[in-house]
Design a binder for this molecule. Structure first.
Ligand SMILES: [Cu+2]
Length: 333
């Protein structure tokens, strides 16, 4: 392994990697299918966790000298041709797999491959490294892909309830001992013991903590994760779990509409406080309706509410630092 090529990604470097990320993913419907191209560089390096520990990761990154975990979220339209070039800068073989699309290609150490496929049924999918499962995915090689229905900017699937904005909520849990074993090209041999929990690659910071309210560090204000809306700004969350731990996703302020579960359209749409999210690549699509919070009297239309996970460990980092885990905020503006 060429250690000199390791990247040290601090919060400052992450900030520049995030520059240009819009706070809302808007989607314009098109009359014709297009070819959507994207290049991923498989890179590796260290990401500093909330307790100051540097943990090894690999990622589908935007350049040969960056490290993106997760990889950029992609939004395409059913019928589009998706052309992905994967450049493997590492000394290890990897595999690029797109869930639900029959796409899976090995990209050998130091080589590159271009993969073309047609975007299939509308929905939320992982792209990830399916080789050496689940380790290459756990060490950071994963990201989200949304396939929009044809001619629609506001539905999850044909006939679904509508939304105005959409976000990806990609959760992950991290055992640094396993990551170090994968770095050393060995198979983890200890019991899985996650110490860090992230949402779109970041974790929360309680008020007063270093990095609190910094959108490049704090998942509570990261524009990819935090919800901002006025009454009626219905927002779709494409919820994905790259980690191994099962979770319960709890949004405060409103219940959510639970549309899909692991890629299946639910026959009845429940309005739920907590939604079960399976470990090991569980997925669900939820709409946060931004209704007036129903229990508040007198009625309120502004305020901030948390989204957190209901396993206690997921709200911590480093074995106990509370509120340094997978959490974000929902802002009624
Ligand atoms: Cu809760």
């Amino acid at each position: 392994m060429r250690r000199r090529n390791f990247l040290k990604i601090s919060s400052g470097a992450l900030a520049s990697a995030l520059t240009g990320a819009s706070s809302y993913l808007l989607w314009q419907p098109r009359a014709h299918a297009e070819t959507i191209s994207k290049t991923f560089y498989i890179t590796h390096g260290y990401i500093t966790q909330p307790d100051g520990v540097n943990v090894y990761f690999r990622g589908f990154s935007n350049s040969s000298n960056s490290l993106n975990v997760p990889g950029d979220a992609l939004i395409v339209q059913q019928g589009d041709t998706v052309r992905i070039t994967v450049i493997n800068t590492l000394g290890t073989d990897h595999r690029f797999t797109v869930q639900g699309h029959g796409v899976s290609t090995t990209v050998r150490a130091g080589e590159q491959r271009t993969i073309s496929f047609t975007a299939g049924n509308p929905g939320t999918y992982f792209y990830y490294d399916s080789s050496n499962a689940p380790y290459n995915r756990l060490v950071g090689l994963h990201g989200g892909l949304a396939v929009m229905p044809r001619f629609s900017s506001n539905r999850v699937y044909d006939g679904s309830p509508t939304f105005k904005y959409q976000k990806f909520w990609l959760f992950h849990d991290i055992d640094p001992v396993w990551h170090a074993r994968i770095r050393d090209r060995r198979t983890p041999s200890t019991r899985y013991s996650p110490r860090y929990f992230t949402l779109n690659g970041l974790s929360g910071r309680p008020p007063g903590a270093p990095g609190a309210m910094d959108p490049a560090v704090d998942s509570m204000v990261d524009p990819r994760s935090a919800l901002h809306g006025h009454i009626g700004d219905r927002t779709l969350m494409r919820v994905m779990n790259a980690g191994l731990c099962q979770q319960s996703v709890h949004c405060h302020g409103n219940h959510v509409e639970w549309l899909t579960d692991n890629g299946k359209i639910l026959p009845d749409i429940w309005s739920k406080d907590c939604v079960y999210l399976e470990g090991n690549m569980g997925r669900c699509d939820l709409i946060y309706p931004f209704d007036y919070p129903p229990d508040a009297y007198p009625r309120v239309s502004r305020g901030a509410y948390p989204m957190h996970l209901h396993t206690e460990m997921s709200q911590t980092a480093g074995g106990g630092l509370y509120m340094f885990g997978a959490i974000t905020d929902i802002y009624f503006e």
